[in-house]
Design a protein around this ligand. Structure first.
Ligand code: BT5
Length: 315
């Protein structure tokens, strides 16, 4: 949404306000105001136009302008009903120099997980990739993954789902809740990609996939959705919460790591972490900045920076 349209919308939301008053205030023609109002109606905003002027009667359920409206974080939103992968689109934008754009889709037809795994992304989910241009060394980028995991967990908890984090990038429900089930049900995953030199990053894309209003039958085994756990969620509010929380945490990576610890299902668990051909088994005791898992093994304490983590039964 461009700045004038956003200003028109904000004034109407605080309305009623007449067309001529809006034109005067914003220093544009009445015709321009009218065009912005029509475009906003087209995007789903219910704008009435009585004698007292324009007034806002309803906000669209989802979409770019809907998420931008009332968002307290500096992201613009590019929305697609359907797209191959929001991460692919975000990488394109990043290469062209865009920054602080959230690419959001209702459905992905070629969603990706880590290591070229497939990510199911049917209609009704929250599939979003953030284009970031952080001023940080490449080695610190994992803190952004942790920040995204915390932001996703908090948004899910607000939606009534008792989510927890499995290192490094899974948001789960039902691990360690006493029902004997190991591993939990996967609610969301995060795929972080970046480009740059060791001492400076040129861009980072953080892709977050959340099974929001998605029936579990359409997801891989072991997955769950917000709808299945707690009923349908207002996706507009959910994405806004996620973006706002992420924006706070990215400014304070140490706080992101601390918040991660508090929400972690992994700490205190016996784990097996696979990295390439190597595997490490032991007790996960901490996460260290910018995102390494600290594991006590029979051969001493090790730090793991990346890998697939499995929670094991206690011995
Ligand atoms: C992840 O990979 O968990 C990262 C997923 C990131 C998806 C987002 S959506 C927006 C953005 N655009 C993209 O194209 N990607 C990002 P990983 O840890 O490798 O887990 C992948 C595994 O999770 C798969 O092999 C399946 O077993 C399982 N899986 C696939 N789709 C799932 C889903 N919707 N919910 C839960 N589990 C799923």
């Amino acid at each position: 949404m461009n700045d004038t349209r956003r200003a028109v919308l904000e004034r109407i939301a605080g309305g009623p306000v007449t067309g001529p008053a809006l034109a005067d205030d914003l220093g544009v023609s009445r015709n321009a105001v009218w065009k912005h109002v029509e475009a906003l109606r087209e995007a789903g905003f219910e704008i009435t136009g009585g004698g007292a002027g324009y007034d806002l009667d309803g906000v669209p359920e989802f979409g770019g302008p809907a998420v931008e409206f009332g968002l307290d974080a500096p992201f613009s939103v590019e929305y697609h009903d359907a797209i191959g992968s929001t991460n692919d689109r975000a990488r394109e934008l990043a290469t062209d120099g865009a920054v602080d754009v959230a690419v959001l889709a209702d459905e992905q037809t070629g969603g990706r997980g880590r290591l070229d795994r497939e990510w199911s992304a049917p209609s009704g989910g929250v599939w979003v990739s953030l284009v970031l241009g952080p001023d940080l060394p490449a080695a610190h980028a994992p803190a952004l993954t942790l920040a995204a995991a915390v932001a996703t967990t908090d948004a899910a908890r607000e939606a009534g789902v008792p989510a927890e984090i499995k290192w490094p990038n899974d948001v789960l429900v039902g691990d360690g809740d006493g029902d004997g089930e190991r591993g939990g049900r996967k609610l969301a995953g995060i795929l972080t990609e970046m480009e740059g030199e060791a001492d400076s990053v040129s861009w980072v894309v953080v892709g977050v996939g959340v099974n929001a209003n998605v029936p579990v039958e359409t997801l891989p085994e072991g997955a769950t959705s917000i709808e299945a756990e707690a009923g349908p969620v207002d996706r507009r509010a959910f994405v806004q919460r996620l973006l706002e929380r992420f924006d706070d945490l990215r400014r304070d990576p140490e706080a992101a790591v601390e918040a991660w610890r508090e929400r972690a299902a992994t700490l205190g668990q016996r784990v097996r972490v696979e990295r390439g051909d190597d595997e490490i088994v032991g007790e996960a005791v901490d996460v260290a900045f910018p995102g390494a898992l600290v594991i006590d093994t029979d051969d001493g304490r090790v730090r793991v920076h990346a890998g697939d983590c499995e929670h094991l039964r206690p011995v």
